[in-house]
Design a protein around this ligand. Sequence first.
Ligand code: HEC
Length: 99
Amino acid sequence: MAAHLRDDDRPLPAWTTRCVNCHVGTSKEQAFAPPLTRDSLLGVTSRRGGPISSYDETAFCRAVREGIDPASVLLRKSMPRYRIADAECVALWRFVVGR
Ligand code: HEC
């Protein structure tokens, strides 16, 4: 899946773009990136100090493509922006939340 960092049009090497590379860890504090789990995404909570929000399919795909969260807060540059087809993104969302 093609991805790049914000303000940098060069494609990232493929081996760097797997979600688990960054979204894995034993606790929220230790992980480089927040957990990608059903609970963390569907949970209604404040993210990055913004207003409370939770993800749905549309918000998830926007975050993955554009790096903007459901409360319209811009994600850090360290979260890549992915070029991903609708069907692929829906499949990824369903895989993550188990629906
Ligand atoms: C190079 C490391 C890296 C990779 C690879 C990566 N992410 Fe991220 N991701 C991050 C970081 C860092 C954040 C937190 C950004 C912030 O808080 O501003 C993040 C945040 C997110 C969020 C927002 C979570 C929340 O609770 O608001 C989602 C959704 C997400 N990533 C999905 C993905 C998916 C899906 C993939 C694979 C297709 C992926 N990420 C790959 C680093 C990465």
